[in-house]
Each structure stands twice: as C-alpha cells, then as structure tokens.
Design a protein around this ligand. Structure first.
Ligand SMILES: CCCCC/C=C\C/C=C\CCC/C=C/C(=O)SCCNC(=O)CCNC(=O)[C@H](O)C(C)(C)COP(=O)(O)OP(=O)(O)OC[C@H]1O[C@@H](n2cnc3c(N)ncnc32)[C@H](O)[C@@H]1OP(=O)(O)O
Length: 286
C-alpha cells in the first residue's frame, strides 16, 4: 500500500527523457549552467554547478539541475555526485534578487521549481553524494541534505541561517535538515540561524567526512556510492524512497498550500525588510 502510493506519487516527477540514449551525457537540453562528467570506469556521474560568481539558485540554474539529474538517472549511471566548479562556494542558496519585491507570477514559478529541484534530488533513484567544496548556506545546505552522503572541504560554512534575516523555512526544508540531524539540533540551529564550520558540521553529523581537496572529496563520494554494489538497484531505489516517504509526503500532499504560504510570507513587510537589510549587508561587505 505504502509502496504503491509511493510509486504512484513518484511517477509524477519521473524523468521524461528516459527513452534517450545518454551514455555521452551532454547538457544539450539546458543552458550550460551545469556540467556532467561520467567516469567511464566507475559509471559515476559528477554534476557540477557552474554559475559564477556563487552558484545562486536562479530559475535557469534550477532548471538545468533538474534536467541534469533526470539525464543522469535515465542513463543508469551508478551514482551522482553533486559539486561546484567554483572552489570557494558550493551554492549561495536561492537567488535573493528573485525574492525582493518580486513579480508575483515569476515568484510562483521560482518557488515551484525550487520544490521540483528538491524532489528530483531527494528522490533520485541512484545513490547520491555531495562533494561540498565551498560555502553551502541556506538552500545550498538543503540541496546537500537531500543527497545521501556529504563530504566537505575545511574552512567553509554550511547551515540554514534564515532567521538571521527574518526568513522562515518551509516544513519540507526543515524535514530535509532533520533527516540528517537530530531534531533538537535542527531546532536550535534553525532558531539561532547557525552556520556550522566544517569541523562543527562533522561533529554534529551534518556532514559525513572531511576531505583535504576536491579530488579527495570526489573519491570519498565515489567510495560511498561503491558501498551499494551488493544491493539490487531496484530494491535499493524502492527502499530509499520508502525511507524518505514521510519527508516528501509533506510536500507532495499539498504543494499548492506550500506555495501559497511561501508567497504570502515573502510578500510580508517583515520578510522584505529583512531581505533588504541582508542585501545591503552583502554589498557593504565589499
Ligand atoms: C508560515 C509559513 C511560512 C513558510 C515560509 C517559507 C518560506 C519563506 C521564503 C523563503 C525563504 C526560504 C529559505 C531561504 C533559502 C535561501 O537559500 S535564501 C539565500 C540565502 N543565502 C545567503 O544568504 C548567502 C548570501 N551570500 C553569502 O553569504 C556570500 O555571498 C557567500 C556565499 C559566503 C560567498 O561569499 P563571497 O565569495 O565573498 O562572494 P560575495 O559575497 O562577494 O558574493 C558575490 C556576488 O554574489 C551576490 N550574492 C551572493 N549570494 C547571493 C544570493 N543568495 N542571491 C543573490 N545574490 C547573491 C553578492 O551580492 C555579490 O554580488 P555583487 O558582486 O556585489 O553584485
């Protein structure tokens, strides 16, 4: 019953490109903000975000990421490693400019595609890992928590610091954080607006390993993906999705409601004033 409902709901977001032969994965379907490299020996695909300066999740980058995840999944790659081609920032999170005095229709599209991206990553059938080779604040952290394993380089920060600038997070974002960290730590960190250093993130379990270089991080992610070699891939996928069912059901059950709540909140003076101050802070940093 649970499995049937899960499979049913998953069909809604199943990749539509699966009939294509994609061994030579190119980003033909998107605008080049992501690159995919498949290791011929291991069959593992590395998906890099490539939007200077800081991989903000713009509409275009999110579209590209979803296309790329679907391509990698359809091509039956052995696993997916998400990383950044910037050596200082994994992703700066959502594009704040999209949230400031937004056009209402575009804001709806923006939030919907963010939901889609999280679902695509969270429910990706093949093993996923994040090689976090730079800062990963806010939605950058949420993308990493949607993966099954996280390896991070030293001297960066990761976490959801939304309350610092009067943002709230949706329940599904909180559940994503909570799928990795104990609830009491999530509650405290969200309320504090805490960004964890690499070492702190390791200590609380937000990341699984620290790596000395990007090359090492990719190798550690590949080793994690290799741990599933003895599992039947279909059984593994169904098991992963069953384990994640309660996290995604929250969103799938009422996507429209989540959209409405977010749009309403983003339009409040509290949110807009906090965002304005945050954008000023980013400018003044220079
Ligand atoms: C009742 C129910 C309600 C439910 C409510 C639900 C939802 C509410 C709605 C929304 C909130 C959802 C949660 C939020 C998710 C997010 O992801 S919001 C994004 C948060 N991200 C950040 O705050 C990161 C800000 N950036 C930084 O801290 C730094 O840029 C850095 C990532 C540490 C990198 O530093 P550095 O390398 O020094 O780069 P610069 O700071 O110089 O940045 C370069 C340029 O990029 C611009 N920029 C940086 N981040 C963003 C961003 N997220 N969006 C847009 N632009 C960004 C920065 O201003 C620089 O621009 P210029 O070169 O000055 O033009």
């Amino acid at each position: 019953m649970l499995r049937n409902s899960l499979i049913g709901s998953l069909r809604q977001i199943k990749p539509i490109l699966c009939s294509q032969s994609l061994r030579s994965l190119s980003n033909g379907a998107n605008s080049g903000l992501t690159t995919i490299e498949v290791d011929d020996k291991s069959g593992i695909a590395t998906l890099s975000m490539n939007l200077p300066p800081v991989n903000t999740l713009t509409l275009n980058l999110m579209h590209d990421l979803i296309d790329s995840i679907n391509q990698i999944e359809c091509n039956k790659s052995r696993g997916l490693i998400l990383t950044s081609s910037n050596d200082k920032v994994f992703s700066a999170g959502l594009d704040l400019k999209e949230l400031y005095k937004p056009d209402q229709e575009r804001l709806k599209e923006f939030w919907t595609i963010f939901q889609d991206l999280w679902l695509a990553l969270h429910l990706c059938g093949i093993p996923t890992a994040a090689a976090i080779n730079g800062h990963a604040p806010a939605a950058g952290c949420i993308m990493a928590t949607a993966c099954e394993y996280r390896v991070m380089l030293p001297d960066f920060v990761i976490g959801v610091h939304a309350t610092r600038f009067s943002f709230l997070v949706s329940k599904w974002m909180m559940l994503s954080y909570q799928s990795v960290l104990p609830r009491r730590i999530v509650e405290r960190a969200l309320n504090q607006g805490k960004l964890f250093s690499t070492q702190e993130a390791l200590e609380v379990g937000l990341i699984d390993e620290v790596a000395g270089s990007k090359k090492e991080a990719l190798a550690q992610c590949a080793a994690f993906i290799g741990t599933f070699d003895k599992a039947n891939p279909i059984a593994r996928t169904l098991t992963k999705r069953m384990c994640r069912d309660s996290d995604v059901t929250e969103l799938l059950r009422d996507r429209a409601g989540d959209l409405r709540a977010c749009v309403d909140y983003i339009n409040t003076p509290l949110f807009q004033e906090g965002l304005s101050a945050h954008l000023e802070g980013l400018k003044e940093k220079k």
